[in-house]
Design a binder for this molecule. Structure first.
Ligand code: ZN
Length: 441
């Protein structure tokens, strides 16, 4: 920005997604929606492979049986067929019709059971009789089907032929990773889960937004290193944490992202510590968005549980739109393609980029002429600006940065206290630095 010919854009000055983001994200969600995902297996690989059309995610395979923290990487689950044939010859709960029909990690079973016995293996949502729930049994071997209450109520007494052609084999757990090295090794972690079967918002929107944000950052200069991880819930995050102690030690801020394609306002869940850099940036950037809710830490939810566990204690919060569990479509067949809006995914990606831009532009400085106010004119600081920054805000920002830069206040705090926003504060700090009035703390 100081006029040496062509200068690459920088994340610190603000960034939005690249042209075509809505179409790219939507095409990904549409393609991947019917694929069969679980915490392991081909569906995860296929999904991550498809996401490489947005950004170059690398797949990492961790063999079944590998100890990871207090857990063990499970066997890989393979599904070929799963359905039930009723006494009238009608087929029910076919996994090929909707992959939510089969309970995740169902053990193989072939046999004939009566209606009462079958019912013990059926899962429904009586309060939402037209929705199929999402159920899994990863660590307790059992089989089962999920269905609408309406379909189950209509079953006639008689013999039901159950076909579950599944297999648990020694294979691997797959996670995805994409690292964008910056000028410094300090990292920002963005994590999203990849294991949910046909759930569009609670899974695919997070992958799409993470990939699109990575694509945008890859095209510009950035100070921090950005690491995007695409992990199966719980076991995937635990596996990543167990295998990457060096990266874990470099994390300075981070977000778990999920549920970013619905029409709800933004929800930010604070990290366990509640006052980390990520939490302060969310206060600055997310809180002012219309209808936003910031909520305190609690030890349930998504993979922030793992990242914030006391042994790691990472500064990782969670960004989503509607709070999970607060709407009937959550973890049901209602979370389908109609529940996701491409423009909402774009707005989510842009908000995430705003958070990351604030992190990238942040820093703590000292005023090098702290005795009285320097005369800005002779330092060349009052010239016109161009760009999107308003002149009056910029001039105020100069005084805010000079006033609070005593080594104790970072730019995020100055942006918050001044009410001017991060972009203009970063601009002012850059120009004061170039003029020799500001130095690193
Ligand atoms: Zn979920």
């Amino acid at each position: 920005m100081y006029g040496h010919g062509m200068v690459r854009r920088a994340l610190r000055h603000g960034l939005t997604v690249e042209d075509g983001a809505a179409d790219r994200m939507w095409a990904f969600v549409e393609d991947a929606y019917p694929w069969f995902r679980s915490i392991t297996g081909e569906g995860v690989r296929q999904t991550l492979q498809r996401a490489t059309e947005i950004a170059p995610i690398e797949q990492v395979e961790v063999p079944s049986g590998t100890p990871v923290l207090d857990w063990t990487v499970p066997q890989e689950w393979i599904v070929r067929e799963a359905h039930v044939v009723g006494p009238d010859g009608r087929r029910h709960f076919d996994v090929h019709d909707h992959n939510l029909h089969l309970v995740g990690y169902s053990t193989p079973f072939r046999g004939t059971v009566g209606l009462d016995e079958l019912r013990e293996h059926l899962h429904t949502l009586p309060e939402h009789p037209d929705l199929v729930p999402n159920r899994s049994s990863f660590y307790a071997p059992r089989w089962g089907f999920c269905a609408t209450q309406r379909e189950v109520d209509a079953l006639e007494p008689g013999d039901y032929e159950v076909v579950i052609d599944t297999e648990l084999v020694d294979g691997s757990l797959t996670y995805g990773e994409l690292v964008l090295p910056g000028e410094v090794a300090e990292e920002v972690l963005v994590s999203t889960h990849v294991d949910h079967p046909s759930l569009a918002n609670d899974n695919l929107s997070g992958i799409a937004v993470a990939a699109e944000v990575a694509r945008a950052i890859a095209g510009v200069d950035h100070r921090l290193t950005y690491r995007f991880v695409f992990v199966p819930s719980v076991i995937g995050a635990i596996t990543w944490l167990a295998r990457n102690p060096e990266a874990v030690a470099r994390v300075r801020a981070g977000l778990v992202i999920t549920g970013l394609g619905d029409t709800g306002a933004f929800t930010y869940k604070r990290s366990r510590r509640g006052s980390t850099l990520t939490d302060r940036v969310a206060e600055l950037v997310v809180a002012p968005t219309p209808g936003a809710t910031l909520i305190d830490w609690y030890p349930f939810g998504y993979d922030e549980r793992q990242y914030c566990s006391p042994g790691f204690d990472l500064p990782v919060g969670r960004l989503s739109r509607s709070l999970h569990g607060s709407f009937p479509e959550y973890h049901t067949s209602g979370d389908d393609l109609s529940f996701v809006d491409p423009d909402r995914m774009v707005a989510s990606a842009d908000l995430l980029l705003e958070v990351l831009a604030a992190l990238d532009g942040n820093g703590t400085h000292v005023n090098l002429r702290p005795h009285g106010e320097p005369r800005l004119g002779p330092h060349g600081l009052l010239g016109s600006l161009g760009g999107g920054v308003a002149q009056k805000d910029y001039e105020q920002a100069l005084f805010w940065v000079l006033s609070l830069s005593d080594g104790d206040h970072d730019l995020v705090e100055i942006a918050q206290r001044s009410g001017l926003g991060m972009t203009v504060i970063v601009e002012a700090a850059d120009r004061l630095t170039a003029a020799g009035l500001l130095g690193p703390a």
